[in-house]
Design a protein around this ligand. Sequence first.
Ligand code: ADP
Ligand code: ADP
Length: 237
Amino acid sequence: MIEFKNVSLVYPNGTQGLKNINVTINDGEFVVIVGLSGAGKSTFIRSINRLVTPTSGELFVDGENILNYKGKELRSLRTKVGMIFQDYNLVKRSSVLKNVLAGRLGHTGTLRSIFNLFKKEDLALAYESLKRVNIEDKLYSRADELSGGQQQRVSIARVLTQRPKYILADEPVASLDPPTSHQVMKYLKKINQEDKITTIVNLHFIDMAMEYAERIIGMREGEIVFDGPVSQVTEKT
Ligand code: ADP
Ligand code: ADP
């Protein structure tokens, strides 16, 4: 469970990214956050794995306030809370397999993979994760030889090898065309349902959100202005 209690975030230049956020996200939910560019969606999502740090309030992940985490605690938080980015964040010149293994092993994974020192179970998990998103046939391709949609599927596979409890996806389809966007959203939804991974996705477009979300959180100027099931979303929200 993720709980924001009076969470605010002021960037060093004075911009208020989050204003007194109070919200609870329960285990297994598939939540979509919508709002215009600059609304605070990315700041909200990045607070949960501490890519940014709120300046006041409390943020609980599984009952622990994560705002003072450092070092080892932060690393284990970021294993539990996997992240998917708009621009995939793959190592472009590296193979699909090595990229996916990096999710499992972090930096040491990249080092070890140079010397082909992976363990059998890590390889098996990487392969299984690639199969979940139907891209196992590209195992040995270089990441930058793949289309955008394929690269995003590889980044989903990478996150799966972490065996995360939570997945945060920050505008995962913003660089993709509509058919590919739907494909990626379907994979995220399927994984949420099959693995019970709590998933929070930022999206620009309300119609895409309506199609996949169970619960929609609307943000504007750092605040939550709507929070409810898809059925309650009306014209004016
Ligand atoms: P969204 O994801 O909805 O586009 P963001 O969370 O990226 O919104 O941004 C929220 C607000 O915080 C915006 O006004 C943005 O310009 C500002 N902001 C984001 N990142 C930074 C930063 N590193 N420094 C200063 N202001 C930032
Ligand atoms: P995105 O739309 O993918 O969130 P942005 O263009 O908003 O990307 O931001 C790109 C980077 O610049 C992010 O790391 C964000 O934190 C930072 N950023 C965004 N707005 C500001 C700002 N007003 N001042 C400083 N940094 C910012």
